[in-house]
Design a protein around this ligand. Sequence first.
Ligand SMILES: [Zn+2]
Length: 264
Amino acid sequence: MDALPHLTVATHWFSTTWVTGRTALLTEPHIHGLIQANLWYLRGHERDLLVDTGNGCASVRPVLERLPGRRDHEVLALVTHAHIDHVGGFHEFDIRLLHPAEAEAAARIGEQVPLATGQWSADLLKDLADGGFILPPLLVDAIPRECFDPAAFRITPAAPTHLVQGGDVIDLGGRRLTVIDLPGHTPGSIGLLDEEERALLSGDAVYEGGLIDTLPESDVAAYVRTMERLLQLEADVVYPGHGGPFGRETLHDIARDYLRRAGG
Ligand SMILES: [Zn+2]
């Protein structure tokens, strides 16, 4: 096995960008692109919501508490699906929202070693290599604190406290988010629609880049229905699970492109 690189401690683990006055994007720039997922922080009048929680290498709650203009609100956490790059910080929150079809995967998440690819299953690595993803031994280029061993890191699993699915409404006070079922990437993938802002938080259902539908838990037929549904959705901006926000035209391009390829 190759010697692992020496890594320095990052000054800041999370990077924060406000995309509107009440929506912020947090990322983990020291994590490899494959598992560098977005954390979306949505502010309401009565409570706030974090959509997806990162890899869990560093604690995200203190970062949220230090954001400018923060009031002493409860912060709820919702994960769009139970993959390692979305559920890492789930355990830090008292109120945890998840689709029922993802609960079992969330409970098993602690069995995985997310940052050391040498310990990933051969099947997954082959699948990723077929998709053009050649991965380094460690998926970080820095560490969040002294004595953090990326080769031994495991996520602390957390069961959801509330199950949510399509049609449920999460009311943050002056800001209502409707849960939308977007299965395909995983069986219980969900998104959120902010009808007032015409914004869709899409998780991994859509983003600009190669979509992943070849995992054991993926379902292409369900993904096709999800893409058909996204073409009908009243959304002008998408806040995706990976990469930057994009508009309605790009959403339609991604959906139509998927439908074309899936149709053979
Ligand atoms: Zn995923």
